[in-house]
Design a protein around this ligand. Structure first.
Ligand SMILES: O=C(O)CCC(=O)C(=O)O
Length: 261
């Protein structure tokens, strides 16, 4: 897939590009089939929900320990648009899978940008990083979709309050007056689409989500690609937060994931 000039201009203006059903149904099935193994994994890279230690809030690094998730970020459909948007070769700074379990198990995410902890802790100089959000499940109005503020990346690094949990996971919450002003100017959009949809999102786009009180899981995999020229200088955090392998990713055959079906 090659982005055209209008798509690149739209990304620069609104901060994201959404492609419904970029992955085919059999590719989605392969990824869904791998989920139980990832979610039953134990280790520091798997972070439980605060109020329910048996529910996974985030599984980092699935692209390292799960075969289908290793192939996914290398599919030309994902890799080529990201390389175009960043005008560079890229490596994966981190991947994180947010299963967002149903019946309230998947707790809310306060409004934030992704870039601040990468910049302040991992030593990522510029916001030259794209978060490709791959819908592993359908994301509907009732399963607590990801909410984004269009154009918010153009404000650069916003004032935010750092919050770091015991496992080093860092979020920088944006204060209410700032969010209210941004939302007043540009509105808030919900990213809704079938499993297999992909949103390429600038790492300074303000985003968040509510509790998932529906009965259905709403998993999204976030593939955070960084430009090779922007490789991180920090070494404080573990491999699953701050990957130190900066070798440019090389595309696989676009059917590689489908072959596992
Ligand atoms: O998937 C969600 O609901 C939000 C996740 C998120 O904002 C993040 O991982 O930065």
């Amino acid at each position: 897939m090659k982005l055209n000039d209008a798509q690149i201009a739209r990304f620069n203006e609104q901060g994201y590009l959404f492609f419904p059903s970029l992955l085919e149904a059999d590719e989605v099935k392969v990824l869904q089939r791998a989920m139980p193994q990832i979610l039953s994994r134990r280790g520091p890279e798997v972070i439980p929900e605060k109020d329910d230690p048996n529910s996974v809030r985030l599984a980092f690094g699935a692209h390292v320990y799960s075969e289908p998730f290793r192939y996914l970020p290398l599919l030309p459909r994902l890799l080529n648009p990201v390389r175009q948007l960043l005008a560079d070769n890229v490596y994966l700074h981190q991947s994180r899978l947010n299963p967002k379990q149903g019946f309230g198990g998947g707790a809310a995410w306060d409004w934030h940008q992704d870039f601040p902890p990468w910049h302040r802790i991992d030593g990522m100089t510029e916001p030259k990083c794209v978060m490709a959000s791959v819908f592993i499940d359908d994301c509907t109005a009732v399963t607590s979709p990801l909410l984004v503020v269009p154009g918010s990346h153009t404000h650069g690094l916003l004032d935010s309050k750092p919050h770091r949990d015991a496992k080093g996971y860092a979020l920088h919450h944006i204060d209410r007056p700032t969010l209210a002003q941004l939302a007043e100017e540009s509105g808030i959009e919900a990213l809704i689409g079938p499993a297999g949809s992909v949103c390429f999102c600038h790492c300074n786009v303000v985003h968040g989500s509510a509790n998932n009180v529906s009965p259905w899981r709403r998993a999204i995999l976030y593939l955070n690609y960084n430009a090779v020229s922007n490789a991180c200088t920090g070494t404080e955090r573990d491999w699953y937060h701050n990957n130190r392998d900066f070798a440019p990713l090389q595309p696989l055959d676009d059917n590689r994931l489908k072959e596992l079906a």
